[in-house]
Design a protein around this ligand. Structure first.
Ligand code: PLP
Length: 444
């Protein structure tokens, strides 16, 4: 029987963990490789199924191939993928344009050090700044790393601009910012801290979208003078239950930050790069952040993270932050191609049209199953179906959907999340919601 991690990965694994069917997990035996250790690999059997550390509780599903919104498992079954690597595969699986562009890049140059100028990195930084409020970009490899960079930037700002000796960063309860020690401390969910104490000092939490509570926390922290360097917050909480930010809340927070020279940093890792139907989630809120972080959808499946800053917030000087792989030509080519293809295919308009259709389809589902479903919410192609208390949980619904060959992902215990590739077509969305309805009917 598989031992469950004390606190599993943000969503998919947490779902299987809470659902308790991890014991039914099967993992394909490792393919023996041609190394001196091949014999050891060949010994692997069901009692020693995997050499991979058990940090994830996984579904009993092995995906081997993908095309567009479809993925095939090792038994040849085709699944409709409304997870997309959890909001990663922007252009779908095996997109021919991304494939060609990356193959070409592999033939040119894959990696060089940041000791030198990298044209693809320059071009991707320009592609981001010319479409956003930012002036400069630092590249890394994941969302957590992008937030680490943001946290370091915030501390520099606190020291240099506000003259704070021990700066604080305010983040929201139910947030998710990643799994490195500082990013997980920023994450306002105690379950992700358990077992990893002591956490990084200097973080305080407020309830998301709650202005009175935010103002009270800010006043308390600054009672004896400047203490707060930055507010780090998601424009829409993804993992925390698909909670869109409230415009009035964000606009007031923006004002309060301006009054005190506190940085407002938005974590756009899940919602940025077109998923909300705008390039950046902050556009939904009518504000501009001083800095924002990206990852997930930026590379369309190739790992990349980024911290984008306004010139006025750029506190990092040569030698103060770095990444070996960050901004390499291959990952930046992926990011550039994703941005160019979003524009060339007019995907922002497409996302808005698909979001309207998905909301309508989910609305119909809620009407037909009022005993199970409470409603739906979200922006663009990041939509959550909210389940009623007392009925099947999100992990149970996701598991039932898997049996219908539909891939979905929970966002907490009571929200089922749709984050399909941005290229999903109307008939595929209809098919997805039909499959979900069959899954719900089995559970009713
Ligand atoms: N920030 C947000 C809003 C996220 O949703 C996630 C991942 O789910 C992260 C940060 C962490 O990103 P990564 O897993 O690439 O480190």
């Amino acid at each position: 029987m598989m031992r469950m991690p004390p606190s599993s990965h943000d969503d998919a694994a947490a779902m299987t963990a809470t659902n308790g069917f991890a014991s039914a997990l099967t993992t394909a035996p490792p393919t023996p490789v041609d190394t001196p250790h091949a014999a050891a690999a060949a010994r692997a059997d069901s009692s020693d199924p995997s050499a991979v550390m058990e940090t994830y509780a996984r579904f009993p599903l092995t995906l081997v191939r993908g095309k567009g919104v479809w993925v095939w498992d090792s038994d040849g079954r085709r699944h409709l993928d409304c997870v997309a690597g959890i909001a990663v595969c922007t252009l779908g699986h095996s997109d021919p344009v991304l494939r060609r562009s990356l193959c070409h890049q592999l033939g040119q140059l894959q990696h060089v050090s940041n000791l030198y100028r990298i044209p693809e990195q320059e071009a991707l930084a320009r592609a981001i700044t010319s479409r956003s409020c930012a002036d400069r970009v630092f590249f890394c490899n994941s969302g957590a790393e992008a937030n680490e960079a943001a946290i370091k930037l915030a501390r520099k700002h606190g020291h240099r601009v506000r003259g704070i000796e021990r700066p604080l960063i305010l983040t929201a309860q139910a947030s998710f910012h990643g799994r490195t020690l500082a990013a997980v401390t920023a994450t306002g969910q105690p379950k992700y801290h358990e077992g990893f104490e002591p956490m990084v000092e200097g973080f305080r939490y407020f309830p998301y979208n709650d202005l009175a509570a935010f103002e009270a926390l800010l006043a308390e922290c600054e009672a004896e003078g400047p203490r707060v360097a930055a507010v780090l917050v998601e424009p829409l909480q993804g993992e925390g239950g698909v909670n869109p930010g409230d415009r009035a809340f964000f606009q007031r927070v923006r004002q309060l930050c301006d009054e005190r020279s506190i940085l407002l940093i938005l974590d756009e890792v899940q919602v940025g790069v077109g998923r909300s139907g705008r390039w950046w989630g902050y556009e939904q809120l009518g504000i501009e952040p001083d800095a924002f972080t990206l990852a997930k959808g930026l590379g369309g499946g190739i790992p990349i993270g980024a911290l984008a800053v306004k010139a006025t917030a750029d506190q990092l000087r040569p030698g103060e932050h770095a990444s070996t792989f960050g901004g390499n030509p291959f990952a930046c080519r992926a990011g550039l191609t994703v941005i160019q293809e979003i524009e060339r295919r007019d995907l922002l308009a497409h996302v808005n049209a698909m979001a309207a259709l998905l909301q309508e389809l989910l609305g119909g589902l809620v009407q037909r199953h009022p005993q199970l479903l409470e409603g739906s919410r979200g922006w663009g192609l990041l939509q959550g179906l909210v389940l009623r208390e007392g009925g099947p949980s999100a992990p149970e619904v996701v598991k039932a959907a898997l049996a219908e060959k539909l891939l979905l992902v929970p966002a907490g215990a009571r929200v089922v999340r749709f984050v399909p590739p941005l290229v999903i077509k109307p008939r595929q969305l209809r098919k997805a919601v039909k499959r979900l309805e069959r899954a719900l009917e089995r559970l009713a």
